[in-house]
Structure formats: structure tokens, C-alpha cells
Design a protein around this ligand. Structure first.
Ligand code: TXA
Ligand code: MG
Length: 318
């Protein structure tokens, strides 16, 4: 089981912040639910979140910031987003905004998309932790995939005690329901996930809000196939389970036996492979060759999420 620290003790908060800066996983309280946190700028640490949750797919994650001022370094504002942040931050609202060109948040936290989900939580212990880390902290709810979100440190310990370095106990979560997620289409707000801030509260600030056709269910599974449209897909065609590149193909290898244009992990480590996946796909997509051949990835552990993403990227486009 994990070490549990008490959020009211400065030395426990310092320890949690140090572990996060070292790339470890730390669970921490927010006003909505407990988050399973990792340094959002560290690809490997973010990949470890997916391994710990045993998630069969990569969903984009929320990166948590200590202050609204920090947003500009990572994402582009629009007027409606500003108004919502002024009204509801710090608090149970997540804004999905376009990534800046030099955004330091790991691509795997965006699941390869050009957007990034950001939230400034109001919980005082979360705020103190984020300020001490001094970097964005990526955190989904601290439960195993498909289970309900934890609202106490004891729940987190039952769910993930063997997978997380440290749990910061800040008592029970006040809201107990995940944050409301709002994205933007041509500057107009779109409700992506209902949550702690109600639709009426949002409408009072920005007027009408488009409901995404693509709402996610409670387990964050896409409830409509349209959700697939928002997944990152390279422009080049993808050929999976390839043992070597064909003519005019570039090769994305895995393991010691494949010397490709790029190798997801020469030592065959699936966490390293997940951490490299989106950045390497982007590089190969932008370089020479008309298609990308990808080596077989074992269907175990994070390999399932990697294969899920590769199969979607390889699927025929509509
Ligand atoms: O209250 C919460 O939001 C909790 C606490 C820990 O902050 N976090 C949480 O994270 O629920 P997670 O990863 O379980 O949910 C993230 C949600 C998902 O519905 C995901 O699809 C959406 O945010 N999301 C994140 N990035 C996105 C993006 N770039 N585009 C569209 N949706 C995004
Ligand atoms: Mg969740």
C-alpha cells in the first residue's frame, strides 16, 4: 500500500511536490475528486498514469495549474474561455484550449491532439501542492479504469495503493463529482462533459452552449462514434504489425529487433513506448515517405492502449 501523507503538514506537501518533480505518481485531493497526478511535462510520468489506471485506451488528461496566469504558457485563450475562467476559477471547470506551439505539456497528456485540457482547482491543498511543484500536473480521477471516482484518501488506497508512490490526504472531497469540461469550436463554447459546474451556471456567463454530440459516459468512454473524429490521426496511411518497411514507407519500430526510422522503445518497454508514441508519429508524419509502417506491439499492459490508438489512426477516414 502507498504511503499516506497529511495535507495539513507542510513536510508532507513538500514530499508530495518533490516526488512529482522526480516523475513519480502522487494522488492528491481536489474539490471534485482525488486525482492521480504526474508532472504533465514529463512524457514518461504521464504514460505511467495510464499504466496505473490500467486504461485500455489513451484519453486526453486534464493538466492542473496553480493559477490562471499560468495558462498563457500552454494554451491560447479566447473571449468565452476568459469569461468562464473569470467566473469559475479556481473551481470545478476544465477548459479545452488550443496548445501553444511551444507548449511544454506532454503530447501524451493531450492524446496527440492539438488541444490541452486545463483546470485551476480551488481546493487549498491542491493549490499549495501545485504552487510547490511549479509545473502543470496531469491528473485523471485516481481510480482504476471503469471504476467510480474516489473522494477519500482511503478509496484511493484501495484502488491504486500498489501503483502510486504517495497519497496526500486532504479529507473528503466537497463536490464528489468530476469537473465540467468545456471546449470551443470557432470560439463558441461546447459542453464536452457535464460536471461540478452546471449548464445553467455556464449559460449565465456565456449564453447559449453547444452540447457536444459526442458526450462521454461516466467511465469516459465515447458514447457516440463521432468521438472518434477528435482523435489524433496522422495524414499518412498507417500499416500495422509490419515486420519491415515497404517501398516509400517509414518505419516505427518496437524492441531490439527493429531498427526503424524511429523506435518506440529499443528495450521493449511499453511505458517508454507510450511516452514516445504521439511525438514519434508526428515526426514521421512530417518527414519523408508516403506511409508509416508500425512494428507489432504486444497486446499486454499499456500495449493495449497503444494498439487501440494505432488501430484508430489506421482506420479508413470518413
Ligand atoms: O474533476 C476532475 O476533472 C478530475 C480531477 C482530478 O481534476 N479529473 C478528471 O480527469 O476527471 P479525467 O482524465 O478522468 O477526465 C478528463 C476529461 C475526459 O472526459 C477527457 O475526454 C476530457 O477531459 N479531455 C481532456 N483533454 C481533452 C481534449 N484535449 N479534448 C477533448 N476532451 C478532453
Ligand atoms: Mg475518471
Amino acid at each position: 500500500m502507498a504511503t499516506i501523507g497529511r495535507a495539513e503538514r507542510a513536510e508532507d506537501r513538500t514530499r508530495a511536490a518533490e516526488l512529482l518533480r522526480q516523475g513519480e505518481l502522487v494522488a492528491f485531493p481536489t474539490e471534485t475528486v482525488y486525482g492521480l497526478g504526474a508532472d504533465a511535462t514529463n512524457d514518461r510520468a504521464v504514460a505511467a498514469i495510464f499504466a496505473a489506471k490500467q486504461r485500455p485506451a489513451f484519453n486526453p488528461l486534464i493538466s492542473h495549474l496553480a493559477n490562471t496566469d499560468a495558462v498563457g504558457a500552454f494554451a491560447h485563450w479566447n473571449d468565452a474561455a476568459r469569461a468562464l475562467a473569470d467566473a469559475f476559477w479556481p473551481g470545478a471547470l476544465t477548459l479545452v484550449l488550443p496548445r501553444t506551439d511551444d507548449c511544454a505539456i506532454a503530447l501524451i497528456a493531450s492524446a496527440g491532439l492539438d488541444s490541452v485540457a486545463l483546470r485551476v482547482p480551488s481546493h487549498p491543498d491542491a493549490h499549495a501542492l501545485l504552487a510547490a511543484v511549479g509545473r502543470p500536473v496531469a491528473a485523471p480521477s485516481a481510480n482504476r479504469s471503469g471504476r467510480i471516482s474516489p473522494t477519500t484518501a482511503a478509496h484511493v488506497n484501495q484502488e491504486l495503493g500498489d501503483a502510486v508512490a504517495f497519497i496526500l490526504d486532504g479529507g473528503p472531497c466537497e463536490i464528489g463529482l468530476e469537473s465540467t469540461v468545456v471546449g470551443f469550436r470557432a470560439g463558441a463554447p461546447v459542453l464536452l462533459r457535464p460536471g461540478g459546474i452546471s449548464l445553467e451556471q455556464l449559460q449565465a456567463v456565456v449564453g447559449e452552449i453547444v452540447m457536444a454530440e459526442l458526450l462521454l459516459d461516466a467511465a469516459d468512454r465515447p458514447s457516440a462514434p463521432g468521438q472518434l473524429a477528435s482523435h489524433y490521426a496522422p495524414n499518412k496511411g498507417l500499416r500495422l504489425d509490419a515486420l519491415e518497411p515497404g517501398p516509400d514507407e517509414v518505419f516505427l519500430g518496437f524492441g531490439p529487433d527493429h531498427s526503424g526510422s524511429q523506435n518506440l522503445s529499443a528495450k521493449g518497454d511499453l511505458i517508454e513506448a507510450a511516452a514516445n508514441l504521439f511525438a514519434m508519429l508526428r515526426q514521421l508524419d512530417q518527414g519523408p515517405g508516403s506511409a508509416i509502417a508500425v512494428a507489432p506491439i504486444p497486446e499486454t499492459g499499456l500495449g493495449r492502449a497503444i494498439n487501440d490508438r494505432l488501430r484508430r489512426a489506421a482506420a479508413p477516414r470518413r
